[in-house]
Ligand binder design. Structure first.
Ligand code: NPG
Length: 374
């Protein structure tokens, strides 16, 4: 198989509700869709789920465009490959920029799945037809507003609640949620807002029986997290710090975490996701599937990933309506009684809505074996 044409489409969708984390405030999400064609005209789609700013990690929508357009596409166009693993080897010399690589690779998984008539979950070796879903709730101005949000999603059946925390918005909101919802499985995400000197403060979270505290310390740290884990009882979960399977191995060896968040984008794609899943399984490390506010396309890939046996905790794989008034796929992803169906159609198994993509398009480009065509 060869990729002979790649289209990039930057799409901007309004969020139904602005989302605040310790480092960013977002009202819209802009992701890049990758549409790849093989020599027979078969096509596959992927999603590059960067933030527009470098506040979660170093990549942005603009850097991802640059890398995909100027490096990844030229490296793969017209080159023969058999499997997604062989495909990613074509741009193996590109360092970092894992969100861009993940979207490019996802389009090939979709394409291969469509050609073979196999779903992504089937190709990955998924073992569930439905997955348990949790919800991620941003920082609010008032605790009452947060409590309303928790109530809404608990009533909708979501299986666990994740609260974003930051210095000044941590112990009190968590205490309030725990008092009002004593039995809800609860976890927090700091998006690297604390330092090791905050260990004593973070240990105050221990009394709330949290499933985990996600990425409390710096996004480029593993070592201090190991020290923090000695000082808090709540299991530490790493997100931003883990870029590939080797990072995960080091984190496990150092006891830097007791849970791993796997995000397809953060680790550079589905091939690396599988490696990390298998490693964690062999080392008895629980994993769950994180999200990057993906549109329905990337969300479908997350559901396929979460169907793997090692994903034992509910993921951030909420329904489309948590984020979008109108997703770019039809039907949208739904959650019933806290469960989402793993797509069964070929490839990612979703139907894209071209009109919706076009009406939210910011920028597009097409590249072929003979160069940029549009
Ligand atoms: O459900 O897709 C989702 C969002 C889950 O909160 C979520 N993601 O840090 O994990 C994170 C956070 C995030 C989203 C971070 C977008 C940066 C950008």
């Amino acid at each position: 198989m060869k990729i002979v044409r790649i289209e990039l489409k930057r799409v901007r969708l309004p969020l139904v509700r602005p989302f605040r984390t310790s480092s960013a405030y977002r009202t819209h999400i802009e992701h890049i869709l990758v549409r790849s064609f093989d020599e027979t005209g078969a096509e596959g789609w992927g999603e590059i789920a960067t933030a527009v700013d470098p506040f979660y990690n170093a990549e942005t929508t603009d850097t991802a465009w640059h890398i995909a357009h100027d490096f990844l596409a030229p490296l793969v166009l017209g080159k023969e490959f058999g499997t997604p693993d062989e495909f990613r080897a074509l741009y193996g010399k590109v360092k970092g920029n894992r969100f861009a690589r993940a979207g490019m690779e996802m389009a090939v998984w979709d394409l291969v799945g469509k050609v073979l008539g196999r779903s992504l979950a089937d190709m990955l070796g998924g073992s569930r037809s439905q997955v348990e879903v949790g919800v991620s709730l941003g920082i609010e101005k008032e605790i009452e507003v947060l409590l309303d949000q928790v109530e809404r999603y608990v009533n909708e059946g979501y299986r666990r609640v994740k609260l974003k925390i930051a210095p000044g918005w941590d112990i009190e909101p968590v205490r309030a949620v725990r008092e009002r919802f004593p039995n809800v499985p609860l976890q927090v995400d700091a998006n690297s807002a604390y330092r090791l000197t905050d260990a004593g403060h973070l240990a105050k979270l221990d009394e709330f029986g949290l499933l985990l505290i996600e990425q409390p310390l710096a996004e480029d740290d593993i070592v201090d997290h190991a020290e923090l884990q000695k000082r808090v009882n709540t299991p530490v979960c790493l997100d931003e710090s883990l870029h590939h399977a080797d990072d995960v191995r080091k984190a496990i060896d150092l006891n830097a975490c007791r849970v791993v968040n796997i995000k397809v984008s953060r680790v550079g794609g589905l091939c690396e996701t599988l490696k990390i899943h298998d490693l964690c399984r062999s080392r008895g490390m629980p994993v769950w599937c994180g999200g990057m506010h993906e549109f329905g396309l990337g969300r479908a890939a997350n559901l396929a990933v979460a169907s793997l046996a090692g994903f034992t905790l509910p993921g951030d794989t909420s329904a489309s309506d948590k984020y979008w008034k109108q997703d770019i796929i039809e039907p949208a992803i739904t959650v019933t009684n806290g469960l989402a169906d793993v797509p069964t159609g070929p490839g990612l198994g979703v139907n894209l809505e071209p009109d919706r993509i076009e009406s939210h398009l910011v920028r597009s480009a097409a590249l072929t074996t003979s160069g940029v065509s549009a």
